[in-house]
Design a protein around this ligand. Structure first.
Ligand code: NAD
Length: 329
């Protein structure tokens, strides 16, 4: 018989894609989230809508006989949600409750293995001041100094998972994701992340106009396409390495160049206007040495390939949405 897995956060971007991936591998999958997946990534055998902040709900969805739990549920969003400070209490409280309750339910129901999605946001601000030379090796996480409460919660929760492994013998696998992107993710409404926001702005812009980019545009990042992220997640879960380990791309790009890439893909003639906005650290890039060493694999797909797929999907969403808008007479 195939393995049984639960994906917490299955209504979200990565969780939805992960459900599909596990189904293709022959798993029986239960999705759990506050909401169903709005973009149709919904091939789970069973989907339970509910709130993981409630320990009774957690205990109800995690039953005996489950082999693996993938805990991706978190109160998160892009820079506009995480770096303004306006949502700090919610981000910390909501996510930590999901993690504590999931671990307790897994312990009580003897789940064999848990995957936890941490983030590159745990890395210290002092190592990411130079946009051309950010330091994100796993062992550079301490002395801890994340630049957001989101990052602090992730770092605390990494330790929480490792404590459960140490004290209760649950196998834990922890990845630090670096900007995962692709189709079928949030692209509007304030919680979208940079690649989706960039594609949306370009798709909505009239030829010859301007798009706004937060900050001076010289800040750097790397972005990993969703299918490569899931390949790494599955390889990590199958390995005997607990992590934490980076899952990201090493193709670093300045944000203005990233905007130019989206513009070029669209075929439009647009200019960039840099405006004030929440930007996070000056530079960040994945360091995949440990990933290669421990799981013998690292992503290689060029950023542009994933951006073409993402732009096409978001552009079709923008066209659909504009058809639904009733013109004011
Ligand atoms: P997402 O926001 O699309 O998905 C998260 C899901 O969790 C949402 O569907 C949300 O409804 C659900 N959720 C939140 N609170 C819940 C609760 N109390 N009960 C039940 N469900 C709840 O985010 P994503 O991009 O798919 O990210 C998945 C995970 O990966 C998150 O833990 C995130 O912090 C982590 N991560 C993502 C990235 C990235 O670039 N996308 C980078 C680093 C880390």
């Amino acid at each position: 018989m195939g393995k049984k897995a639960i994906v917490m956060g299955a209504g979200g971007f990565i969780g939805g894609h992960l459900v599909n991936r596990l189904k293709k591998e022959g798993y029986w999958v239960r999705g759990v989230d506050l909401k169903r997946n709005e973009f149709g990534n919904d091939s789970a055998d069973d989907f339970v809508v509910g709130d993981l902040r409630d320990p009774r709900f957690c205990d109800f969805v995690v039953e005996q006989g489950i082999d693996e739990v993938y805990q991706l549920a978190a109160d998160m969003g892009g820079a506009g949600y995480i770096f303004t400070g306006e949502h700090d209490a919610d981000v910390m409280r909501n996510s930590v409750l999901c993690n504590v309750n999931t671990l307790e339910a897994c312990k009580n129901n003897r789940v064999d293995k848990i995957f936890y999605s941490s983030s590159a946001c745990i890395y210290p601000l002092y190592n990411q001041l130079d946009p051309d030379n950010p330091k994100c090796a796993e062992d550079s996480a301490y002395p801890a100094a994340p630049d957001s409460e989101y990052g602090w919660e992730k770092l605390f929760s990494e330790r929480l998972y490792l404590s459960y492994q140490r004290n209760y013998g649950i196998k834990v696998r922890i990845a630090r994701f670096h900007n995962i992107f692709g189709p079928q993710g949030t692209w509007t409404g304030g919680k979208e992340k940079a690649p989706a926001a960039m594609c949306r702005k370009v798709a909505e812009a009239r030829d010859g106009s301007q798009i706004e980019v937060w900050g001076d545009g010289l800040q750097t990042r790397s972005f990993l396409y969703i299918s490569e992220c899931l390949e790494a997640v599955r390889k990590l879960v199958e390995s005997d390495f607990s992590g934490p380990v980076n899952i990201g791309s090493e193709e670093m790009i300045a944000i203005n160049d990233f905007a130019k890439m989206a513009i070029e893909i669209s075929g439009k003639k647009l200019t960039i206007k840099n405006i004030q906005g929440p930007t996070g650290v000056r530079g960040r890039n994945s360091d995949n040495h440990l990933l290669r060493e421990k799981i013998g694999w690292a992503p290689t797909q060029p950023l542009k390939k994933g951006m073409i797929e993402t732009y096409q999907w978001i552009s079709s969403q923008v066209s659909e949405a504009s058809k639904k808008t009733v013109p004011v007479s």
